[in-house]
Design a protein. Structure first.
Length: 84
């Protein structure tokens, strides 16, 4: 079976996000004062071959923990979709 993983890696809320702050200030300067608390992260899409959804989730979780995020500064969440 083939699955598509949609992974979002974001800075931890307790940490300063300088890139998000800069974008937020720019938006405010352009008159978009209703847009605030901007956080900038990464969106990663990948395909996983696995026998079932549980195995695919295990693989994606291991990839996130070991490679795709820095646990000191970032958190992650993902959605898994089966490809027909």
């Amino acid at each position: 079976m083939k699955f598509i993983a949609e992974i979002d890696v974001m800075p931890l809320k307790a940490l300063l996000d300088p890139q998000g702050k800069a974008v937020g200030m720019t938006l405010s300067g352009l008159g978009y004062s209703d847009a605030r608390n901007v956080r900038i992260g990464k969106h990663i899409t990948l395909e996983v071959d696995a026998n079932n959804k549980e195995k695919a989730m295990t693989i994606v979780n291991e990839l996130c923990v070991k490679v795709l995020h820095n646990p000191i500064m970032e958190g992650f969440e993902y959605e898994l979709h089966e490809v027909n």
